[in-house]
Every structure is written in structure tokens, then in C-alpha cells.
Design a protein around this ligand. Structure first.
Ligand SMILES: Cc1cc2nc3c(=O)[nH]c(=O)nc-3n(C[C@H](O)[C@H](O)[C@H](O)COP(=O)(O)O)c2cc1C
Length: 367
């Protein structure tokens, strides 16, 4: 089918169309967003059989790309004592199995690398970040020295190298949702006056230098994605930061949210998706063709995935809860097969605090 966009004639993209990211071809436009399985890892941070089955099941249902959940680059940067890690070589083996299962299904495999920074769990380590600010627990974080910043960047690069060793096609830096990289961007958590604070270029420097380090150690073919803020505090500054990432060698921008947006230009309406997803749409418009862009949030209907791709609003669609609720959701998008819709109950997010079961999963198991 031929459609017009901005006066140009183009062929309509379909969800089933492949896309190239760096030098790797992703078989379709559906990606599984990183989602922590809070109670799966033990204190050693190693992959467990539960992780292996969880990701295998999702790869078997035609996900183009899977990004394995937030994985700590140092033990003190964990969400809690039971959190996946890649801070030492002994943690590599379990990841090999996850990756092999993905590759058997021709699914591109990334892993998200993270440090919690200021919001580190006190059971795991001290609260450190770009500046001394009040923490969630009412204590004060400690500002990192420049030497500590460089050491932390090396931890990210070392974890990326372990990811490559495990066979991953690339990594995703967790650059949003209020964790360390996001803390360098945000003006309430980064009060620095040195080269890591102030302008967008300086605030982006922490992650941009990590990207350069990973490129150097992991090679040209290795995918480096950043899950970045779509507006923190506004779209313009988020795009300026992302430009720095692209300049440093980022191959893929997966857009989510930061601390919070205060950008009146972002009001939306009349489209079948919400504000956070629209940030990815804005990024896609801005970066058109230079680097693939993904959007996320609140997408539960196969028709919305098709709408976003077929109207050239994004390059890939990242799905978290839809695929948690039913691993077969990608097939429902691609071929209209039946699926169990996410109940939007948020119970999956409260994993560490409650004994819960996903009602969609229960429904699937009963059927
Ligand atoms: C259980 C759960 C765990 C999550 N873990 C992560 C994570 O590890 N890293 C991350 O960047 N986002 C994480 N998120 C956020 C999701 O990736 C996604 O951005 C969010 O759920 C919105 O997308 P959705 O509406 O498709 O669920 C998590 C979300 C859920 C529900």
C-alpha cells in the first residue's frame, strides 16, 4: 500500500517488516521491554531456571527483540538483595542459556544495565549519585567524586563485556525512571558545577562516556541502546541529551519517562496512545532515519501496535505488561490470534512486597 507522509510517497511499514539496528536485523517491530522479575534471582545475582523459562517462553512467541531486565553493574547498585547482576564473571553462564534460547527463535537479545545510584537499597549499599541530595529514606546521598564517576563508567563497560561474552547482541543502558544515568540528567539530583553538570551536554556526559567505553571494548557490531527520558523536564532538553548519546555511538533510542515532565507542549489527544508513548513518537519524528526509535507505555491492544507502525510513528513498539500477561501477544499482533489481555492491575510491579499472581497468567493456565 502507498501512503503519503509529509508530501512524500512511501511504502507502508508493517509490524512484520524487519528492521536493522546497527548491523543486526530484527525480524519484526515487536520488542519485549525490560521487566524485573523481583523474586527470581538470589543474593548471588545469578540467573535462575525461572529466568530461563520466563525469557524462553517469550522468545518462542515471535518477539523480534527481547531486552532482559535491569541488571546491576555493581552489587551496591541493586534494587534489593534479590536482583540480577553482571558484576562478576561467575554470573555469565546463566545468561548464555537465556541468549541461546532467544537466538534459537531468531530473537535479538539485549540486556539492560543499571545502577540505582541515589535510590540504592540500603541493604545493598550506600546512596551515591551526582550530588548530595535528600534520599527517599530522608537521608542524604553522597556526591560521587570524578574518580568514582570514572570507576562507575568502567563497571558499566565491564558488565557490557560480560554481556557480549554471554552472547548478547547488545546492551541497553537504563537511562530513565530515576536511576543513576537519569539522576545525572535531572536538575534536582544533579547540582554539579563541573563537566558532569550544567548544560545538556555535560549532564549527558556520564552516559555518553559509558557509550564510548562500551563501543571501544565491545566492538562496532555490538548494539548499544539507551532507554532514555522522553522529557525531563521537557522534550527539548531530553532530545538534546539523546543527541549526545547518538554522537557517542548509541544505535537505538528506546524512549520512556524520567522524573516527570513539565512541558505544556506535550498535551495530546485524539490518538490511541498516551503521553509517555507520545514522547517516543516525538523522538521518532526528530531522529527520523538517523537512529531507530522505540516507544512504550500503556499499549495493550494489537491494533495500537499496528497503528503506531503503519502510520510511521515509531520504528519498534516496546511492550512490557502486554507480554508479561501473555507471551503470545506478539502473535496476536502479527496474525490476529487469541490472547489474554493484561488486566492493568499493576500487581506485577508489587512483586517484592506482596504475594501475588498475575490474573492474566492465571486465566491462561486455566484455559
Ligand atoms: C513488573 C515490571 C518490572 C519492570 N522492570 C523494569 C526494568 O527492569 N527496567 C525498565 O527500564 N523498566 C521496567 N519496567 C517498566 C516497563 O519496562 C515499561 O516501561 C512500563 O511497564 C510501561 O510499559 P507497559 O505499559 O507496556 O507495561 C517494569 C515494569 C513492570 C510492570
Amino acid at each position: 500500500m502507498i501512503i503519503c507522509r509529509k508530501g512524500e510517497i512511501s511504502i507502508m511499514t508493517k509490524v512484520s517488516d524487519p528492521i536493522r539496528i546497527n548491523r543486526t536485523v530484527v525480524k519484526n517491530r515487536i520488542t519485549f521491554a525490560p521487566t524485573v522479575k523481583f523474586d527470581y534471582a538470589g543474593p548471588d545475582g545469578k540467573v535462575t531456571q525461572k529466568h530461563i523459562e520466563h525469557y524462553k517462553e517469550r522468545a518462542e512467541h515471535n518477539c523480534g527483540l527481547i531486552c532482559v531486565e535491569a541488571t546491576a553493574v555493581t552489587p551496591d547498585g541493586r534494587f534489593g538483595p534479590n536482583h540480577l547482576g553482571l558484576w562478576e564473571d561467575q554470573q555469565i553462564d546463566g545468561h548464555r542459556v537465556i541468549v541461546e534460547n532467544g537466538h534459537k527463535n531468531n530473537t535479538v537479545m539485549l540486556i539492560q544495565l543499571n545502577h540505582t545510584g541515589i535510590v540504592s537499597n540500603p541493604e545493598c549499599g550506600p546512596s551515591i549519585g551526582p550530588s548530595e541530595v535528600e534520599t527517599r529514606q530522608g537521608a542524604r546521598s553522597r556526591a560521587m567524586t570524578v574518580e568514582e564517576i570514572h570507576r562507575m563508567q568502567d563497571h558499566y563497560a565491564a558488565a557490557a563485556l560480560r554481556a557480549r561474552e554471554a552472547g548478547y547482541d547488545g546492551i541497553q543502558l537504563h537511562g530513565c525512571h530515576g536511576y543513576l544515568i537519569n539522576q545525572f540528567l535531572n536538575e534536582t539530583t544533579n547540582l554539579r558545577t563541573d563537566e558532569y553538570g550544567g548544560s545538556a551536554e555535560n549532564r549527558a556526559r556520564f552516559a555518553a562516556e559509558i557509550i564510548r567505553g562500551i563501543r571501544k571494548s565491545c566492538g562496532e557490531d555490538f548494539i548499544i541502546s539507551v532507554r532514555t527520558v522522553g522529557a525531563d523536564p521537557d522534550l527539548k532538553s531530553a532530545i538534546a541529551v539523546a543527541e549526545e548519546y547518538v554522537k557517542a555511538g548509541c544505535d537505538y533510542l528506546q524512549v520512556s519517562h524520567g522524573y516527570g515532565a513539565s512541558d505544556p507542549t506535550l498535551a495530546i489527544g485524539g490518538v490511541p496512545f498516551g503521553l509517555i508513548c507520545s514522547l517516543g513518537v516525538h523522538f521518532h519524528e526528530h531522529f527520523a532515519g538517523r537512529v531507530p526509535v522505540s516507544c512504550v507505555n500503556g499499549i495493550f491492544e494489537p491494533s495500537t501496535v499496528r497503528y503506531l507502525i503503519e502510520n510511521d510513528l515509531t520504528d519498534t513498539v516496546d511492550l512490557a505488561r502486554a507480554i508479561l500477561a501473555d507471551p503470545a501477544f506478539p502473535e496476536a499482533v502479527l496474525s490476529d490470534s487469541p490472547y489474554v489481555r493484561c488486566f492493568e492491575c499493576q500487581r506485577c510491579q508489587y512483586g517484592p512486597f506482596t504475594q501475588h499472581k498475575c490474573p492474566a497468567e492465571l486465566k491462561r493456565r486455566k484455559a
